[in-house]
Design a protein around this ligand. Sequence first.
Ligand code: IPM
Ligand code: MN
Length: 346
Amino acid sequence: KDSIDLAVIGGDGIGPEVVAEGLKVLEAVSAAKVNRTEYDLGARRWHETGETLPDSVLEELRGHDAILLGAIGDPSVPSGVLERQLLLRIRFELDHYVNLRPAKLYPGVITPLAVDRVAPEGIDLVVVREGTEGPYTGNGGALRVGTPAELATEVSVNTRFGAERVVRDAFARAQARERKHLTLLHKHNVLSYAGHLWRRTVEEVGQEFPEVETAYAHIDAATIYLVQEPSRFDVIVTDNLFGDIVTDLAAAVTGGIGLAASGNINPDRTAPSMFEPVHGSAPDIAGQGKADPTATILSVAMLLDHLGRGDEARRIEAAVAGDLSDRRNAVRSTSQIGDAIAARLS
Ligand code: IPM
Ligand code: MN
């Protein structure tokens, strides 16, 4: 196919600004014609109409090859409304069970792991975060709210089906990488039921991938390893909530969330996948041209990869790598960074 039907959701805060730069780079690299449809979703729409994600829009989204999203969330909307009814609803409805979050330390990027030099061994890992289960399903409840006897539960849902499909995907990704190493992160010493399910699933699915070496770490210990010895990780697989937390840390040690890309992937291709920077809407700097669009630009590379356009994805990554190695402490606006990366493509 020689065109890409792209749904674009700029969203809230800095979302539209960073998405504009992602699209700039996509146009600069793509040999295919990009047909974009912009969807006005997020805080503004909610305030004006009370809508978060109308069913008709969800159905339209299904008709695209991929979705590019900026960020969702605004302090003027009660916490959780847009997150749950818009962002998580898309991930669940389009069955984005692989939330793919690479963390790579590019040459020249300053990491907080070392004061005035980059980390000695380098970091090049990818987190396969489960995207449709865990405590994100909204199972839970509260009793006697506002009283001293208040009780709240958040139930983490873990199905064999859900764990197995994401674990198999993670093994396949590990198999395709040089090190062929997969680490399960969980907390089976406390969360025994789910921990047992995940551990057994890794053991059993692992039989299909004899070349892949597996390891296990408790999630708390993993935060130490990520800071002190990040090179021990290659591919990480974990549940939705642990994956959320650990990918912020992985982003922080590889140059910050301004650089962290992600893909909400439906590996079975029964619906379009959605690509978005790991960062949020950063309302405090919205509209000022201060946001770093690099995470969105790298998410565009992931999008192209998913659409079988690996050559174009590699070209974006190379352009970003070039820009990163030259940027040091230069202060540039959102669009200046986008322009600079796009210029490296021509
Ligand atoms: C992320 C975000 C979301 C998540 C929020 C906004 C619902 O933190 O994409 O990492 O928790 O998945
Ligand atoms: Mn997060």
